[in-house]
Structure formats: C-alpha cells, structure tokens
Design a protein around this ligand. Structure first.
Ligand code: MGP
Length: 208
C-alpha cells in the first residue's frame, strides 16, 4: 500500500498491484489479515448429551484469517436468533477446541451473562457480533489470554461467554471482562468462573 508524505497509509489507486475491497468491492485481490486465525464451531447436543458424549455433536464449520473472510462467514451462517434451542456457536482461535479439556482451556475460565429473550433479536445478534469483533480485532489488553467466545441459545435466554486461558489472575480477568462489556454493549452483570468451578454448583466468581 502506498505511503504518503505525512506517513499515513493511502488507499491504493486502481493501478497499484494490490486491490482492496475499498477500491473494488468485487474484484479485490488483497485482504486485511487478522492477527490470529479463528475457527467457527457449531453444536446442538440435545437432551441425551452428557460430558462423555458431548464432543460428538461438535462440528467444525470454517477457519478464516482475514477481515473479509470473517464477513463472508458472518453473512452466510444463520443468525443466532434463528438457531434452535440448545444450539451453540463457538468462535475459537485456530488450534483450540471449544472444550474444557483442551490444553489451552483446562486451567481457564469464562466470563458469561444470560440475556433474557425479551431483548430484541437484533440486540442479541449485535452483542454476539461485537463480541466476535472484539476477539478477532484483538481488543483486549491481555490478548493471549483470550481463547474464544460462545453464544448459547437456551429456552428462556441467550448466553454469551468469553473463555480465557487462565483463571487465577484477577487483574487479567477483570481487564478482559471490562473490555468485553464495553465493546459488546452488554448491559447487566457478567460473572467469571473457572471451568473447574462452573462444573460444580456455587464456587467463587468475579463480576463486572
Ligand atoms: P453447557 O451447554 O455449557 O451448559 O453444558 P448449560 O447451557 O447450562 O446446560 P444446558 O443443559 O442448559 O444445555 C451442558 C452440558 O454439556 C454439560 O453439563 C456437559 O455435559 C456438556 N459439556 C459442555 N461443555 C462446554 C463441555 C466440555 O467442554 N467438555 C465436556 N466433556 N462436556 C461439556
């Protein structure tokens, strides 16, 4: 991309080698890379699922590593509000499976909030969209801590969760929780629990 005198990036003209989506929304040949590759997963385990067979229903949908490919995926999968009850989308860094047992998650935890169904569906979709954008756009101070995000469709509510690599550093966790709330437009109290604690009832939790 061309550099201007005052050191800012100029939008390339059509005779530059790289044509971005800004120059030509159809025939662009250069995409904007993300810092990480991300994989979208889907599952709907149903009532017969338990922690032993739950993994079988996980489906790896697609991996992308550019801004343009993210929007291509987002615009072509079902919106959260159209998914059936028990469904989950999981957006995780490539190489991390969206399960407690994965090496990246096993000492981790999650920020989560249940959003009642009386919110408009557009609001729910937007909160999930802005949660994904915060992840892929590296909005977090402790970026390496972020493993992925989940949206869960349940009978009376939607749940948004953000999974972290560790669960014993309150400063890092709080920073991530605050950034998530600010970026996603989530209102209400979010709770952090380690995956270990959340498999039990009760357990300590931090809130933002
Ligand atoms: P859930 O969907 O995270 O909780 O896990 P929810 O929404 O409170 O439960 P629901 O019954 O209302 O759907 C539901 C169940 O899926 C858990 O009790 C486990 O049996 C299984 N499960 C979920 N996760 C994220 C995992 C996982 O990472 N590993 C394994 N082994 N089982 C899991």
């Amino acid at each position: 991309m061309a550099q201007t005198d005052n050191n800012t990036l100029a939008v390339p003209s059509s005779d530059d080698k790289y044509v971005t989506v800004f120059n030509d929304p159809v025939n662009f040949n250069a995409k904007h890379p993300l810092h990480n590759s991300w994989t979208l997963w889907f599952d709907n385990p149903g009532k017969k699922s338990n922690s032993n067979n739950w993994e079988q229903s996980l489906k790896e949908l697609i991996t992308f590593d550019t801004v343009e490919d993210f929007w291509g995926v987002y615009n072509n999968v079902m919106k959260t509000c159209d998914l059936s009850i028990s469904s989950n989308y999981h957006l995780f860094k490539q190489g991390i499976k969206p399960m407690w047992e994965d090496a990246a998650n096993k000492r981790g935890g999650k920020w989560s909030i249940q959003l009642p169904r009386n919110k408009t569906m557009a609001e729910i979709d937007n909160i999930w969209l802005f949660t994904m954008l915060a992840c892929i756009g590296e909005a977090f101070e402790y970026e390496n801590e972020v493993c992925g995000a989940v949206v869960s469709v349940r009978k009376g509510f939607f749940r948004i969760s953000l999974w972290t690599r560790s669960s014993d550093n309150q400063e890092m966790a709080m920073s991530i929780g605050r950034t998530l709330k600010k970026n996603s437009g989530i209102e209400g109290v979010m709770e952090f629990q380690s995956h270990h604690e959340s498999t039990k009832t009760g357990g300590k939790a931090w809130t933002v």
